[in-house]
Design a protein around this ligand. Structure first.
Ligand code: G6P
Length: 744
């Protein structure tokens, strides 16, 4: 009702405006017409009296006055006068206004009329009202006899104008009202019709033009309802809930996972064979998922004792002591490792995808080996399947080509490809000589996942720029022929609770033992950074921010130490070796500047740390600084939050990480901006305990809820849904009722 009234008011205002404009235009036009009419009328009156006027012109005032009086018999002509060409009055009727002397009128005519004009008129205002003055010259133009001036009464014109205005106002009002009522009635009838039709369509009674809309609404409602039901029924995401998703939606299928890095690496040491847990965000996220789901993890066997620990089929049950899934190791020759892992993956794709100002190196020989190794891993996955429609999780940039290779051998497989690093914009991605091959490889998957929407958008733009396909922007899918690949964001996370924490001492103990081991005073304020030694992590910038802090905030000199745990990584690549040296040089320089009497501002530990050691440092620290120059997600930030069950400690986090979108209570900084970063470090060190608690509590709530089981669960549910639809369309397709073309 309110909307109808608002509409009516708007309509009336609009029409009223229209009426005002219409009135002004109409008034001007009619006045011009009337004045034109008057001029003609005067000419007519003078022409009909011309003979008598000309003959009486010089016969004396009396006769001339009589001729003028004849002219003023017309009720609209008020007065008349006869003037000599020099402007002397010859004769005039009694009512001729004194204001219009012959001289003044003729002078004005000479000024305003065209030279030689025989008639001229003007409409001046008198105290008694408006009049029209028309002048007609008599006699031949070369030797005029004189001029006749006629004065017309224009008061009737004003009366007509008022009458016209009144009529227009009433007419517009009546018309506006009628138009508004008709529009409202029509809209109501149409709306009722649509509502009824939509209602019928929603209850499935009719086939109407609303069908596509109804289909979308139904799908959305179903999806929301099922998500809601799951949330309510399932409670917090956990290994058990993830398993139940597999049973409920995917017939308890085993999960096959393809990732280059293995979760367990066996190394030969002096003391025998040791199991190492690699420093890899991918591994920390996926290992708990595999423990929950069971299945097979296919990975590169890179450890020196890996071969001696597998069975005849290159399998080993893991985790040691728990044995909940299998690890299948694939062996690579040195040439394969160089071309596929160091070469194309880490000298080509890694710098291509990270905005960290390292130049990608693309060697054709590396790419050929990359493709060959992808095929080897894809074959290894196909060897592991026990059905023709398995669920395969293909992980990261090492395997861009594998999804299509697997699809070729297993057309019915549900393949989820997840890209753990950023996906660059098309301009940047376009420099890769094998851009089409990489995108095409990934489009072999049923779902391509990224951490954040921006990377999905970049990928879709890349598809748009370089591939023949249809992009369905509504459902975020790429359609090639009858195959559809969903492109969705799934922000990765960590297990919750983190199982390693069971083996880590509580905060107080960790604080004192770490300080003792590092030879620091117990009241030292401690900052921590934990990374692989990689140029995307901004380690040099991080140390420089500490330097800036000590320079700008004297109070922390001698009191604050930053410990950097840096796991050596990809050291065969020159760029990584250079970084190693540079980080050491920067740390030494800062130490040289600020250390005193046993005080060290930087402690650089360049070695591999097992997860329990990492978590102990997290617990010992007052702050953790994650300064990545570009990072898909960064799980170190989330692990720090998970470690702090005392709800203390401050996270300083780069704005260029995917994690900064989730962990908004961290102090978010631009790691290149050393002033800002050092201010944030100072703010973290001064932050009151209550504020630390509030921030940490909120981040813990978020990470505990949005944990890695939810990440995997969401992907599996989407995959199951896709599978259901594909099966359905497959079945309908064979029945011949709705062919595939109906869907495309
Ligand atoms: C990143 C990649 C992972 C990789 C990890 C460690 O997080 O996304 O795929 O495992 O770095 O690198 P590495 O080369 O040692 O496996």
């Amino acid at each position: 009702m309110q909307r109808a009234v608002r509409f009516l008011v708007l309509l009336l205002v609009g029409l009223a405006l229209l009426a005002v404009v219409g009135y002004v235009v109409l008034a001007r036009t009619t006045r011009a017409w009337f004045e034109h009419d008057l001029a003609l009328r005067s000419q007519l009156a003078v022409s009909s009296a011309r003979q008598s006027l000309e003959s009486n012109w010089s016969s004396g005032r009396k006769q001339l006055s009589g001729a003028l009086a004849d002219i003023t018999r017309d009720e609209r002509i008020m007065a008349a006068a006869a003037c000599t060409p020099q402007g002397e009055l010859l004769a005039a009727t009694d009512s001729y206004p004194a204001e219009f002397s012959c001289r003044s009128v003729l002078e004005r005519m000479r000024h305003e009329a065209a030279t030689g004009a025989e008639t001229w008129s003007m409409s001046p205002e008198l105290p008694s009202g408006r009049v029209n003055l028309s002048v007609t010259m008599l006699g031949p133009p070369a030797a005029p006899l004189g001029a006749v001036v006629l004065v017309h009464d224009l008061s009737y014109l004003s009366r007509r104008e008022v009458a016209t205005r009144n009529f227009l106002v009433v007419a517009f009002f009546v018309l506006s009202l009628a138009a508004s009522v008709i529009t409202l009635v029509a809209a109501r009838i149409a709306w009722r019709g649509w509502t009824l039709e939509l209602g019928r369509a929603l209850t499935g009674e009719a086939t109407t033009e609303f069908q596509p809309l109804v289909r979308n609404v139904r799908e959305l409602v179903e999806r929301l309802a099922s998500e809601r039901e799951q949330e309510v029924r399932g409670g917090r995401w956990s290994p058990a809930r993830l398993r139940s998703i597999l049973t409920q939606y995917l017939n308890g299928e085993r999960v096959l996972l393809l990732a280059n890095r293995a979760p367990y690496i066996h190394e030969r040491t002096d003391g025998g064979v040791e199991v190492l847990h690699p420093a890899s965000g991918l591994v920390s996220a996926l290992e708990p998922v595999m423990r929950a789901c069971s299945g097979v993890w296919v990975a590169h066997g890179s450890g020196s004792a890996d071969r001696q620990t597998v069975d005849a089929h290159d399998h080993i049950r893991v985790p040691p002591g728990e044995e909940s899934y299998s690890l299948r190791r694939v062996w690579l020759s040195e040439e394969e490792e160089n071309g596929y892992y160091y070469g194309f993956s880490n000298e080509g794709l890694w710098p291509l995808c990270h905005v960290a100002h390292a130049r990608p190196v693309f060697r054709a020989a590396d790419y050929e080996i990359y493709a060959r190794v992808n095929q080897r891993f894809a074959d290894a996955i196909c060897d592991e399947v026990d059905s023709d429609d398995p669920i395969v999780l293909v992980q990261d940039y090492h395997f861009a080509l594998a999804p299509r290779m697997i699809r070729e051998r297993l057309p019915r497989a549900t393949i989820i490809a997840f890209w753990h690093i950023p996906w660059p914009n098309s301009e940047r991605f376009g420099i890769c000589p094998w851009r089409e091959e990489l995108i095409s490889g990934l489009l072999g998957a049923s779902i391509v996942g990224f951490h954040i929407q921006q990377h999905c958008n970049n990928f879709i733009d890349g598809v748009d720029a370089f591939m023949e396909s249809r992009i369905d922007r509504e459902t975020h899918a790429v359609v090639q022929g009858s195959r559809r690949t969903l492109v969705r964001p799934y922000p990765i996370s960590i297990e919750w609770p983190v199982h390693w924490l069971e083996h880590v001492p509580p905060v107080d103990e960790a604080r004192s033992s770490v300080r003792r081991e590092l030879g620091l005073a117990q009241d030292t304020l401690l900052g921590v950074g934990i990374d692989r030694l990689d140029y995307t992590k901004g380690i040099e910038e991080r140390l420089a921010a500490v330097d800036e802090l000590l320079m700008r905030y004297r109070e922390f000199r001698g009191k604050f130490t930053f410990v950097q745990l840096a796991a050596p990584s990809r050291t065969k690549i020159p760029r990584y070796r250079e970084l190693n040296e540079r980080v050491q040089a920067v740390a030494s320089e800062i130490d040289r500047k600020w250390s005193s009497d046993g005080y060290r501002p930087i402690v650089l530990l360049r070695e591999h740390h097992e997860p329990t050691s990492v978590f102990r440092y997290f617990r010992a620290a007052d702050l953790c600084y994650v300064s990545s120059l570009h990072d898909g997600m960064n799980l170190v930030a989330k692990e720090f939050v998970a470690a702090r069950d005392d709800e203390q400690g401050v996270l300083v986090l780069s704005q260029f990480t995917g994690a900064s979108r989730d962990l908004t209570e961290a102090l978010i900084v631009n790691p290149y901006d050393l002033r800002q970063a050092s201010d944030a470090l100072a703010a973290a060190l001064r932050m009151p305990k209550d504020e630390q608690r509030e921030r940490m509590r909120s981040m813990r709530r978020l990470v505990s809820e949005f944990n890695v089981y939810r990440w995997a669960g969401r992907m599996l549910v989407d995959a199951a849904e896709l599978r259901r639809k594909e099966r359905l369309t497959g079945r309908l397709g064979t029945s011949g009722i709705f062919g595939r073309s109906a869907r495309a």
